[in-house]
Design a protein around this ligand. Structure first.
Ligand SMILES: Cc1ncc(COP(=O)(O)O)c(C=O)c1O
Length: 396
């Protein structure tokens, strides 16, 4: 029986030092635990890093994406094209505003939006009528409005194919929201992710490239949107409102000072953190190249820097991913199927009538993808242990 024994390697780990611990303790010993200079420092660090005019800190990536949806003026019935191969938040934030997510299948190499399909979908949805119908869900979209935006996701830390996406949003006057929650530091054609659209969002859960415990950051060059987002994260208080005046319908999406302090120190180490993750990915790639039955993560031509968030292999057709995952778990190596398609989540099936077979590439990736333990603090020995166990499980 191995169930009660700890895993040999953690699934993920934050990379923290005494610098982070000291700064957080300084905040704990201060009277300002929210809305203070730590938040401002953290915002400045991210704005400088990506070259953004504004960075607005929030308490999760989901909160950040929701504020982008509000700032984009996306409302009930509006159509927004997005991907079914993502973490659910990217779709949920559209549902929060009763917009209708329109899924477009993904590129099998990267798991990012397939831009050929995306172009067809945009043209058809703008045209409307029969042409539009084939992209819409079979239920829940009868009273739909116009196509308003594209919400692209940088899956597993790899940028979507922005050149074509930007051409489309310009040509058809659409908003572009960039879900960069998984891609801090990634570069597409030598430009960092976050600012390809009107707004971009990073997330800082403990398995991310930098962590704040929980937290997120919106980046934008749009002054008006940034002002609105600052109000919305703070219960709708606009500049000039006092604590009990609320110009807008807002939320409590504020980050606290402890989390922001953690993030600000992590940002002083960003290159080190990204390099360490790259090193671990390289160790994996070397060893996995020799293992039959799996594929290593694909990197697109436009990706000039991949910012490794998770390390997801694909089992080759014919290999049972779930059986392999069970064997690895039994051998005390934690693994996770990545992603389970959004359109097949029970609440999506219920609302929109999706079925298996609707997005074939997404479903194929969903059945073959397996995230291996991954973090910047993994040692070469730990990577070796994972790979050896994987080899044994595949061939036993
Ligand atoms: C693609 C994507 N979008 C959004 C989020 C949401 O971030 P958070 O968990 O901070 O709300 C995540 C988080 O894992 C993500 O991977």
């Amino acid at each position: 029986m191995t169930e009660n024994l700890p895993f040999l390697v953690p699934m993920s780990s934050p990379d923290l030092t005494d610098a982070e611990r000291t700064r957080v303790m300084e905040v704990v010993n201060s009277p300002v635990l929210s809305m203070g200079k730590q938040t401002q420092n953290f915002e400045k660090a991210i704005a400088d890093f990506v070259g953004a005019k504004h960075a607005v800190a929030v308490n999760s990536g989901t909160a950040g994406l929701h504020l982008c949806v509000r700032a984009a003026g996306i409302e009930a019935g509006d159509l927004v094209i997005t991907t079914p191969f993502s973490f659910v938040s990217s779709t949920n934030v559209l549902l929060f505003e009763k917009a209708i997510p329109v899924f477009v299948d993904v590129d099998p190499l990267t798991g990012n939006l397939d831009v050929d399909l995306l172009e067809k979908a945009v043209v058809d949805l703008v045209q409307g009528g029969e042409a539009a119908n084939k992209w819409l869900p079979r239920e829940g979209a009868h009273n739909h409005g116009k196509l308003k935006a594209i919400l692209a996701v940088d899956v597993f830390g790899q940028p979507a194919d922005y050149e074509r996406i930007i051409n489309l949003v310009k040509k058809y006057d659409l908003k572009l929201i960039e879900d960069s929650c998984e891609s801090l530091g990634a570069e597409y054609k030598s430009v960092k992710t976050g600012l390809f659209g009107d707004y971009g969002v990073f997330a800082f859960y403990p398995n991310k490239q930098i962590t704040t415990g929980e937290g997120g950051m919106i980046v934008t060059n749009d002054d008006k949107a940034a002002g609105l987002m600052r109000a919305l994260r703070n219960q709708g208080r606009a500049p000039g409102d006092n604590w009990l005046q609320h110009t807008e319908l807002g939320y409590n999406y504020r980050i606290d000072e402890l989390s922001a302090a953690l993030g600000a120190v992590q940002m002083t180490r960003i290159e080190e953190l990204l390099d360490k993750r790259q090193q671990v990915a390289d160790w994996y790639a070397e060893r996995l190249a020799e293992i039959q039955g799996i594929e290593t993560p694909g990197v697109a031509e436009g990706t000039t820097r991949n910012s490794w968030f998770v390390y997801v292999i694909k089992v080759k057709p014919g290999v049972d991913r779930d059986k392999l995952a069970a064997k690895l778990t039994d051998a005390r190596i934690p693994v996770r199927p990545y992603f389970l398609p959004i359109h097949l989540q029970p609440y999506m099936v219920k609302q929109f009538g999706y079925r298996e077979g609707d997005y074939l590439v997404t479903e194929d990736l969903g059945k073959r993808g397996l995230a291996l333990p991954f973090s910047g603090v993994m040692t070469e020995e730990q990577v070796e242990t994972v790979c050896q166990t994987l080899r044994q499980c595949l061939h036993s």
